[in-house]
Design a protein around this ligand. Structure first.
Ligand SMILES: C[S@@+](CC[C@H](N)C(=O)[O-])C[C@H]1O[C@@H](n2cnc3c(N)ncnc32)[C@H](O)[C@@H]1O
Length: 306
């Protein structure tokens, strides 16, 4: 599928970790939030890519790798979706469970899945086809790059980041997707009043998301102060120590349990709260299911673009 590539303006001068556009440095001069997992397609997913990409996969011009976005490329969503409608964007859509479920429920909105993992995109296209959805498109891109230039400013009506890779170890924290630079990108693409929904099953990442977005003048927590104290999933994680073991083995980096290492272990009570109720539009994905089976808590956050 071809989007409008005839856009002379260069991508805005935003600093995006790990992007080709950043100071025109080589791609991955900064850490990115993903690693290249096997991108080879097999069986039904391979066939799906061959058969369905023309209909659902956005043809993104590249500069370096197959997840990069050529500077100057701007998506024309009206052309890509063949209609004008509110746009929901999911960053790191995995196998497409959430986006396909919501697209089916809300045919009046357009849904765009941004994902680097090719088998996940193939699976998402299979879902689109199986569910006869006409309102979903997918793009194989580093979402940070897409949000810096490919998506026009104020063009997104809802943004989702569900269960981003946790990057537990202290030396990997800089790879986490949701950090200050990402909040700037989210603010750039979201239209005023639009919602930014996040979920994670790791307390230290939940705290990082909350701190980053609370500190941004562009966002307002829709559930400010809610579920604090004993009601807070954070308090419950600290009290239970559930994150101190994963799959029966302690999660450790040096002497500290890494998942709670940057929030403090058993800090006592989370007095801030701010946790949203579980978004009923988010189906239980395999990632979330594994977390629940391991006894971990799930943290939801919902912010509104000012
Ligand atoms: C832990 S999985 C969660 C998938 C899905 N959201 C879910 O809840 O089932 C995180 C996903 O984010 C993707 N990802 C990580 N960094 C990304 C980036 N910068 N741009 C696009 N996708 C990214 C990974 O490839 C992976 O599929």
């Amino acid at each position: 599928m071809n989007a409008d590539q005839d856009v002379p303006a260069a991508a805005p001068a935003l600093t995006v970790p790990g992007t080709a556009a950043e100071g025109r440095q080589p791609f991955r001069s900064q850490p990115v939030s993903f690693v290249r997992r096997g991108s080879r397609l097999q069986g039904r997913r391979r066939e799906a890519w061959a058969e369905l990409a023309d209909d659902y996969l956005i043809d993104v011009p590249r500069i370096t790798t197959d997840t990069s976005v050529a500077p100057g490329f701007v998506l024309d969503a009206d052309v890509v979706f063949g209609r004008r409608a509110p746009l929901v964007v999911e960053v790191g859509s995995g196998l497409g469970e959430a986006i396909a479920a919501m697209a089916e429920r809300e045919p009046g909105r357009n849904f765009l899945a941004l994902e680097v993992y090719r088998p996940g995109l193939a699976q998402t296209m299979l879902r689109i086809e199986q569910q006869s959805l006409t309102n979903v498109r997918v793009a194989q891109v580093n979402a940070a790059e897409a949000m810096a230039g490919m998506l026009p400013a104020s063009s997104v009506d809802e943004l989702w980041v569900y269960f981003p890779d946790p990057w537990h170890k202290a030396r990997h924290l800089k790879r986490r997707l949701v950090q200050e630079s990402f909040a700037v990108l989210a603010a750039r693409v979201l239209t005023p009043g639009a919602l930014f929904r996040l979920a994670t099953d790791w307390s230290s990442y939940a705290v990082q998301m909350r701190s980053v977005l609370d500190a941004s003048a562009d966002f307002e927590n829709l559930h400010h102060g809610e579920r604090a104290g004993a009601q807070s999933p954070l308090t419950q994680v600290w009290e239970s120590g559930v994150e101190l073991v994963v799959g029966g083995a302690p999660v450790r980096e040096g002497k500290d349990p890494v998942s709670t290492g940057n929030t403090g272990v058993n800090e006592g009570t989370d007095t801030l709260g701010g946790w949203a109720p579980r978004f009923e539009g988010r189906p239980l994905t395999s990632f979330e299911n594994k977390a629940i089976e391991a006894g971990r808590m799930v943290f939801d956050l919902t912010y509104r673009r000012r």
